[in-house]
Design a protein around this ligand. Sequence first.
Ligand code: SF4
Length: 474
Amino acid sequence: MPRHLPMQEFAANAARALQDTQQRQALRAAAATFAARRQAALQQAPDWQRWREQARAVKDHTLQHLDHYLESFERNATARGARVHWAADAGEAVRLVLELARAHAGGLCVKAKSMTTEEVRLNDTLERAGIEAVETDLGEWIQQLAGETPFHILVPAIHKSRGQIAELFAQKIGTPPGADPPALTAAARATLRAKFARAGLGISGANLLVAETGSLLLLENEGNIRLVTSVPKVHVALAGIEKLVPRLADLDVFLRLLPRSGTGQALSTYQSLLTGPKSRPGDEGPEELHVVLLDNGRSRMLAHEVTRPSLACIRCGACLNVCPVYQQVGGHAYGSVYPGPIGAVVTPQLLPLADAAALPFASSLCGACRDVCPVRIDIPRLLLHLRAEVREGTPGVPAAKPARLERIAMRVGAFVMARPRLYRFATGCARLLDRLAGPLLHRLPPLSRWRAGREVPQLARKDFRTRWAQRRRS
Ligand code: SF4
């Protein structure tokens, strides 16, 4: 599979993904496990809705005063010895990191899982410059060995079976064929430890940035981020400008929400708060700490009141786990670094809309993503907004017209629905037809084609108005 699938070909990518039964099974099982764990974690959190409101209020406030908090972060991080850099776009961000890598990496960088570095395609640039960049999160490393991008924002190799991973490791690092998970983990550990020992530069993202103290919060379960941020002499963190919160105390609510939403854990196993480089030789941490603050389209999102909430996302992955589209087609079909519902929202805004115009339509608008989102992002509303932009044709985006059949169906539907008597007559006919000839009609084209892979329930014998009237009479 190519490392990046074409985004505009979502329908073709999705059709291909639907043929992969193993992938769909693995994905559905994993997503269902995470969703069930999240549900169980929420049952132990009676204040869940209050936390969600609190977190969203913090995010809304920060985004409204982002310029102020960014300056405050820069001032406080600099006062504690970090160096803060500003990157207007992906090109500037990779140039800054590349410069640091050339100066310090000694040919080898170790990386913590970071969607932001994926967004700017940092690994490709480092590779072209002859600098090895090794992913150290196990799932991300598996994807790197396979030559694939992450399949999920939190669990990059969620779609791979144990057997596939064993085969991959046997090919790439020479483990015995059919090795079991403990043996595979031990092999990964030994290989990666050797890389940590040699690397001159550690590269990470950040879950959140604290303006008040100039600190970076990093959450993980494997311990690799601790090594990335403390073993190499120099550490660079690449973070989007939306990652800010004003105060240290604000972290509290996000530390509760994020792991519960993502993996169903009450707390992430490791929570690292980094404030500046080490100040004494015996201390833990890098000698130099650089923070690159990335815009890359975020200011555009910030400027518009409707799109601004897209920046409240804390990348927990919960919306992917409940999305019926993601569960069927998986992450690569989106052809974007950010897949799933939030990917369909942020990708068209980070890129020119024309480059990702198919993604806002990759949703059934069922609203499950909005219900689970810990920061209450109304993803369906944002998708509708972006669909309207695509349809209307924004500068650089040709207006996309709905298919002729779709247009006719919409007009007929609107005509019938605007006339209550006609609507009742039409639905009455549809019910009768469904009873008398439904099974036969469903077997004939065009319905048979549409029905392939879909369950179509039988129409109710009585319509809602009739049942409602009967209920009021009784
Ligand atoms: S949109 Fe909400 S649910 Fe989806 S990743 Fe972001 S914070 Fe999590």
